[in-house]
Design a binder for this molecule. Sequence first.
Ligand code: ACO
Length: 402
Amino acid sequence: GLVVSSLLKETGLATYDPGYTNTASTASAITYIDGEQGILRYRGYPIDELAEGSTFLEVAYLLIYGELPDAKTLTEFTARVNRHTLVPEQFRGFLAAFPRGGHPMSVLASSINALATFYPESLDPHDDEAVDLATVLILAKIRTITSYVHRSMRDEPLLYPDYARGYVEDFLRMSFGIPYQQWDAEPVVAAAMDKLLILHADHEQNCSTSTVRMVGSSNANVYASVAAGINALSGPSHGGANEAVLLMLERIRSGGDSVENFMRKVKNKEDGVRLMGFGHRVYKSYDPRAAIVKKHADAVLDSLGAKDELLDIARGLEEIALSDDYFVERKLYPNVDFYTGLIYKAIGFSPAMFTPLFALGRMPGWIAQWREMMKDPATKIGRPRQIYTGATERPYVPIDQR
Ligand code: ACO
């Protein structure tokens, strides 16, 4: 940053780096990625150990406050989050006002943005207590709101949160109601869902996180910043890929396309077709999150008795891709989104809900990154430069002479 800004002042030169492939926008102590070796650590802890040993709220605490909580701290943090899981009653009307076929990502982003209007005491980005309150409010309410988005899509009544239940257990109960509680597989499903949320919880300066920081850099409140992150996540090149993977697999299964024909189109880049769930800006080897998800996909599908031939199609695509020159040369491997949709589908979520589930998982990371930025003395308002390519000065033409 220092080098570039002084270069600009002294020489008038700016770096031109579309997509910021080689530009560090910030220093950060939260998440470490080694894309060549496929390493991901939150606050120094390897992702597989966190996914194995921790719960989602514990990881949220780690990302946001920098240390793993001891048992007492985690109990207090959990209790504080649980106390705030109710959403204002007006939300029922708010959710009912969206058209039924509206995409849940739009509804989720609008709802999180709207929270700012209910909690004015939590808006000041430079008041530590207000920021702590907003942190807890968002983590608590996104669990309720995401389940409400799911239920209102299906015209089902919204259920109140249950303070005594765990974060993921209650999220699943609010999403699926009574039948879910009677479901034998609940512990397996809840544990798998908890792991998926941990795997999604942060990923340094990806598109949505950079968006959160960019919006926050103007001192916008945290609700406005993370709502912008949800919108950035919605695109199919980013979080929207998990939904796109499932639609791709379904198209192949329904006979709309054979695996071979589909792969031919991908490699010929016909109509911009890509193998969704493959490739990553940073990982040039197997995405460590995808490896964990793949390991669990079988177990979850088995325990739900939901053998899914889409899993076989996905495995087939992966097998072809891993030994095909096109993918090998470009270092394209499955990313976290390739197998997650199959688990979400087995649990009972429709494809349109997959990206909201990603947002639920990513929320602690967005909050942690926003907080880190607000405390960083090096933070400046985000304001990139451009290379102007338009017309040089031209004489103005009055409307009657054009
Ligand atoms: N299928 C086919 N070809 C691909 C794919 C893919 N999924 N991804 C990249 N390529 C090719 C490109 O066509 C390009 O080929 P070329 O060198 O012949 O032009 C080369 O690989 C490099 O691709 P870029 O688009 O330059 O890579 P970039 O880093 O900009 O993009 C991205 C990364 C967006 C993730 C890309 O791989 C992609 O579109 N993947 C599919 C969508 C997806 O799964 N997104 C989720 C990402 S992970 C996440 O957000 C959680």
